[in-house]
Design a binder for this molecule. Structure first.
Ligand code: GLN
Ligand code: ZN
Length: 761
């Protein structure tokens, strides 16, 4: 059987914030009242038009439509099915209602935000309860489809699938997620609306629809697989509908693949970059009459595709599929738009990369080879081979001294003396009161600080002037902490633009892009550094700052470093060696820094690992191996100091469940942890995991401008004391203070110190 009307070249989705972050500016302008809704919509339309036209001109014969978003695709899906939470229902204007659900208002809490699988993108978590009523509002998608068709674009609408949508939702307040109705129990009520939607798309001229089901690459129970089968049997059975392409990405679908293939859908997209193999496809006979959309171009990392390897994968797939299309492995949402603005990059480095536009071209090239033979892409092949050869042999990729040092390290490089011995020495040296107070590192990044950094970048002030100004900031922060009576001080991190970029700029093996922005959430974009070669520390990175801060006070000042896992998680990483090896190199650089801090008289060093959970593999079977190397890297970074030096770490953004054992294994003397929401739970879990070290469960939520009262913090401390003896309990906010205003910070910390004093008494 042949596939009706297949296509050959596509991507699963695209970035949408704008090549120059135009949508960010417009959206923030709308929020600030500088731009009207019509003007915002015009910017959106203009960006879509440009992108659709470019993708079509670039040679894609099926172009994703509907992946544009003013904030987030999960939120768009929630709105499309009328499932925004009741608390925003009173907001009449649909755009404002949408943004209220995304960001909250004075009176309304926003939806929760969390990581999109193991990427650095964050989605808004739908709240689905037994009382949620679903209704279909397909206008956004239909309008964008219409708009694309008007432009002559071979449009393929993209929606998030019902299974992924519900699986990623959380129970609404009126439900009990564990015992009562889970969002997935509402599948039957939601499916008719998906069927309606398919009908509407077909009527609007769509011949294919892409239904994203990335949840299928995670571990699913048999009951869940049965639900997937049921959902797709029902959708495939819809009377009038486009051909259905179910898109999986970020991993191997495993048993979900045969399940789906049997269900009468016409196509399946598979991610050959994150583990799916040609054998997985060959093992499912039903794929012989389906369209397989082969994700051979990495949608989430920045390296140029190995065309020879991709062609061999594609060639093999030809034999076991009904039709074959070349594609990115995931949406291009996760990579920057284009290399074109990166004019300052070293030409060799540049030749190793492919951002969004270059990836689209790789898809075109591979598709050409598939249909016309490799002779038709001789030039592109030779450029790709040259780039690969240059990358393989570039001396900057290997740093032999670093490799030799790592090879020579023994077991003891990741071990310190027993915690009790360390504790005794540190107590003697630091002489801290019970329930010591501290902060997580950063103080408000005021507009004065940001202005100075911009002025430095533009050459309006000298490096020396910048440094002087930052030293003044440090002195102010130290003075403030002394005045407030905190026990372990910090320097405030004014000199850091970002906790990863700051280190990446000073380490060999990284380079920064000029315009490599990717959306993190809503209008927030980040510019991850690119880790391309062996990592090595050229010189001390932070010592001068911390030493200066320490010179201003007798109280201990905490050195502040970012840990190896977090540095990897928030960078684009090299793909030519195991991540674990790269982590060891970063760890060695951080280790050298801790030792230098110690030599400079610093008695406490914090190594932040807020991203520890983020790299956790999507499948349980792979978790332990990851946690092993992650913990080893942290311990390598923190075991070079003497027992009398106190190591802190800080963790946040996490449901700590699966990593609780790893937190104990980090063996940090003190762990500060985000716990404003689930205080006792985290402590109980830590106890259950045998954790016996110092712990500072955040006593207030820094993500809100609200100043917590003394009573409230006192109560929080008293409840913590039920789970942790006073000798181990630290008092701190739940994260860094850089996004807060100076006045709030002062008031909050004053209350925190007062509460600690009260509880001590
Ligand atoms: N030390 C960092 C800060 O205080 C930690 C930030 C984080 O946890 N993301 O800002
Ligand atoms: Zn934090």
């Amino acid at each position: 059987m042949t596939v009706h009307n297949p296509f050959t070249a596509t991507v699963l989705g695209t970035a949408r914030i704008g090549p120059r972050r135009e949508l960010k500016r417009a959206t923030e302008g709308y929020w600030a009242g500088r731009l009207g809704a019509d003007e915002l919509r015009a910017v959106g339309r203009e960006l879509r038009t440009r992108q659709l036209t470019e993708l079509t001109a670039a040679g894609l014969d099926s172009v994703p439509v509907g992946t544009f978003s003013y904030y987030d695709q999960m939120l768009d899906t929630t709105a499309m099915f009328g499932a925004l939470p009741a608390r925003v229902a009173g907001i009449a204007d649909p755009l404002d209602r949408y943004f209220a659900a995304a960001r909250g208002t004075e009176n309304v809490e926003p939806l929760e935000m969390t990581k999109w699988f193991d990427t650095n993108y964050h989605y808004l978590v739908p709240e689905i309860g037994p009382g949620t009523t679903f209704t279909l509002h397909p206008d956004k998608l239909l309008d964008e489809l219409h708009e694309a068709r008007q432009l002559g674009v071979p449009a393929r609408p993209v929606i998030i699938g019902p299974f992924t949508f519900l699986k990623l939702a959380k129970g609404a307040e009126d439900t009990d997620d564990t015992g009562g109705i889970a969002p997935l129990d509402r599948l039957n009520d939601l499916l008719p609306h998906y069927r309606d939607l398919l009908g509407r798309l077909a009527n609007a001229g769509a011949d294919w629809v892409q239904i994203d089901e990335p949840v299928l690459v995670t571990d699913l129970s048999d009951a869940e697989l049965a639900q997937v089968r049921r959902a797709y049997a029902e959708l495939a059975g819809a009377g009038r509908r486009p051909a259905i392409l179910v898109a999986t990405y970020f991993g191997r679908p495993g048993p979900a693949l045969p399940a789906l293939a049997d269900m009468g859908v016409e196509g399946i997209a598979l991610d050959f970059v994150s583990g799916t193999t040609v054998d997985d496809v060959a093992a499912v006979p039903a794929l012989a009459d389906k369209l397989v959309v082969a994700g051979v171009v990495d949608g989430r990392n920045v390296w140029r595709t190995d065309l020879d390897h991709a062609l061999s994968t594609l060639g093999t797939l030809l034999g076991s599929t009904g039709a074959l299309a070349v594609s990115s492995s995931s949406s291009l949402l996760h990579v920057p738009y284009s290399l074109e603005p990166e004019t300052d990059l070293d030409p060799a480095l540049r030749s190793w990369l492919a951002f969004g536009a270059e990836k689209v071209d790789e898809v075109r090239v591979l598709n050409t080879a598939l249909h016309k033979g490799t002779g038709a892409i001789a030039e592109e092949l030779s450029t790709a081979r040259e780039a690969a050869a240059s990358r393989g042999s570039d001396p900057r990729l290997r740093n032999e001294p670093v490799r030799a040092r790592l090879a020579a390290l023994g077991e003891d490089a990741t071990h310190r003396s027993p915690a009790a011995e360390r504790r005794a020495l540190q107590r003697e040296r630091l002489k801290l009161p019970l329930l010591p107070t501290t902060t997580i590192g950063s103080y408000p990044q005021t507009s004065a600080i940001r202005r100075a950094r911009a002025a430095l970048r533009k050459g309006e002030i000298t490096a020396e002037q910048y440094r002087e100004q930052m030293r003044t900031e440090v002195a102010d922060v130290v003075a403030l902490q002394e005045k407030l009576g905190l026990d372990v001080l910090v320097h405030g991190e004014p000199e850091r633009n970002d906790m990863v970029q700051y280190f990446a700029e000073q380490l060999d093996g990284f380079f920064a892009t000029a315009n490599g922005w990717v959306q993190s959430y809503g209008t927030r974009c980040v510019r991850p550094p690119i880790l391309y070669g062996d990592v090595a520390r050229r010189a001390a990175m932070t010592v001068e700052w911390i030493e200066y801060a320490q010179s201003l006070t007798d109280k201990p000042v905490k050195g502040m470093l970012t840990g190896p896992v977090t540095i990897l998680a928030w960078s684009f990483v090299r793909d030519d060696q195991p991540l674990a090896d790269t982590a060891r190199q970063v760890a060695l650089a951080i280790r050298d820094e801790t030792v230098d801090l110690q030599s400079a008289g610093i008695r406490v060093v914090q190594v932040d690992e807020p991203a520890l959970r983020e790299l956790l593999p999507l499948r349980a079977g792979a978790e332990q191996a990851y946690l092993d190397w992650a913990v080893t890297a942290f311990r390598l970074a923190t075991s070079g100091v003497s027992d009398a030096t106190q190591i802190h770490t800080h963790l946040c953004y996490s449901e700590f469940g699966e990593i609780i054992g790893a937190i104990a294994a980090l063996d940090a003397d003190v762990t500060s942890i985000e716990a404003a929401r689930s205080h006792m739970e985290v402590l109980d879990d830590l106890n259950a995991a045998g954790f016996h070290l110092g712990v500072g469960p955040g006593v207030y939520d820094i993500h809100s401008p609200r100043v917590p009262g003394v009573e409230e913090i006192t109560a929080s401390l008293r409840s913590a004391l039920k789970a942790v003896p006073a000798e181990r309990l630290w008092v701190n906010p739940d994260c860094g203070l850089k996004t807060r205003g100076p006045d709030e910070v002062q008031a909050s910390l004053r209350n925190m110190v007062t509460a600690a004093q009260a509880v001590r008494r």
